[in-house]
Design a binder for this molecule. Structure first.
Ligand SMILES: [Zn+2]
Length: 114
């Protein structure tokens, strides 16, 4: 693993810590489930599920699994915050990696409210 990737990973970790907890930002949220199909161009598809609870960090950026990807990822912050604002329970869509078009996700998000 190279230094740029290490640095990017540390920054991501710091951003996660800085984000604070779901319970303090969104006290009405009981759980968030992100169900996604990760597609890396020319290779495999991979299904991933990410769960958030009140004690989780309110950081909704998902890492890109491409080994060569440095600053990429999939930022679901906007989608999730607007869902919470509107009290939506379900949403879905597609995103490309922020760094390059080498991977995409198709996501389904389910939010339960307290
Ligand atoms: Zn990427």
């Amino acid at each position: 693993m190279n230094n740029r990737k290490n640095t990017a990973r540390r920054e991501l970790q710091q951003q996660r810590l800085d984000a604070g907890f779901v319970s303090s930002h969104y006290p009405e949220v009981a759980s968030i489930v992100i169900n996604m199909m990760y597609d890396q161009r020319g290779t495999k598809s991979l299904s991933r599920i990410v769960n958030f609870f009140p004690g989780s960090y309110a950081f909704f950026k998902v890492a890109c699994l491409n080994n060569d990807c440095v600053d990429g990822g999939f930022d679901l912050t906007q989608v999730i915050t607007s869902m919470i604002r509107n009290h939506n329970k379900a949403s879905n869509g597609n995103l490309s990696c922020e760094s390059a078009e080498h991977s995409t996700i198709a996501y389904e998000i389910a939010i339960q409210y307290a």
